[in-house]
Design a binder for this molecule. Structure first.
Ligand code: IPD
Length: 264
């Protein structure tokens, strides 16, 4: 019988395997195979190879589970669903920057219960199991607490669509003067793990999809952070905000009047 912890272990094992393949096969200059929502939203052959490896491994051990992958879409309809981002931070992967990750979450009846985020170039695999904590290299993670908004280091990211970016820049102009500083790492999954590890104090972004934030979101929550949307709504592609309780509310109060859930 699988538990949330054994699901996390399996997700970690598979995320490590995909990471090893990606390191072994990454050419010095990976080629763009296709573009998606805009000419800057790229897919490489290795995004697809990574997802195929992950799908094959999941199917071998858990043939009845559903899988949702960024590249391959939805397959199966079991109560257990694996949510896979084969490379989160594909642009970093393309340029050889260190923040890209393999992200694998496990959902049961619609609730994320386990996850692993392998930030491959950094050699760091973050894991979490619901109710059991978040972990990195055998250490339990705790997000920063008691940080006021004006001392908070906040991670964010930008979409691929020009109209969305115009609004994101406007929102940023409202956020930047109110916080310590901003970081744009290039991987939502890694950003959420950075909240968990206290490397940033908070995160917000419009646009990331369930494969970008499911595993990292659980890691952050299990490290004590709160994740959600504005005005008590759940987080999602419309907006995801994440920070320790206290800072979370302050960040939401700053964001709400800036109307960040719109596109130009
Ligand atoms: C992207 C990254 C990035 C975020 C974008 C995402 P991808 O995922 O997570 O940090 O700002 O919104 O789309 O396209 O590299 O899998």
């Amino acid at each position: 019988m699988e538990t949330f912890v054994t699901f996390a272990q399996l997700a970690e094992e598979i995320a490590r395997e995909a990471g090893e393949m990606l390191v072994a096969k990454r050419p010095a200059r990976p080629e763009v195979l296709a573009t998606k929502s805009s000419p800057t939203d790229v897919v490489t052959a290795l995004d697809r190879a990574s997802e195929e490896l992950i799908r094959t491994r999941i199917r071998t051990v858990r043939p009845d589970d559903a899988i949702l992958g960024e590249e391959g879409g939805s397959t199966g309809d079991g109560r257990v669903r694996w949510i896979v981002d084969p490379i989160d931070g594909t642009v970093n992967f393309l340029y050889g920057l260190p923040d890209w990750a393999v992200s694998i979450a496990v959902e049961i009846d619609g609730e994320v219960v386990a996850g692993a985020v392998n930030v491959v170039p950094r050699g760091e695999v973050f894991t979490a199991a619901r109710g059991e904590g978040a972990w990195l290299a055998g250490e339990r993670l705790h997000c920063n607490t008691g940080v006021p908004l004006n001392r908070a280091l906040i991670a964010t990211g930008f979409g691929y669509d020009a109209g969305r970016r115009r609004v994101q820049a406007e929102v940023l102009a409202g956020v930047l003067p109110a916080v310590r500083d901003i970081r744009r790492g290039g991987s939502a999954a890694a950003d959420l793990c950075s909240v968990a590890a206290g490397r940033v104090d908070g995160y917000y972004e419009r646009g990331p999809q369930t494969w970008d934030y499911s595993a990292g979101g659980l890691v952050a929550v299990e490290a004590g952070a709160r994740i959600g949307g504005l005005n008590g709504r759940p987080h999602g592609p419309g907006l995801t905000v994440c920070a320790a309780p206290g800072l979370f509310e302050e960040l939401c109060d700053l964001l709400a009047p800036l109307d960040p859930e719109r596109d130009a």
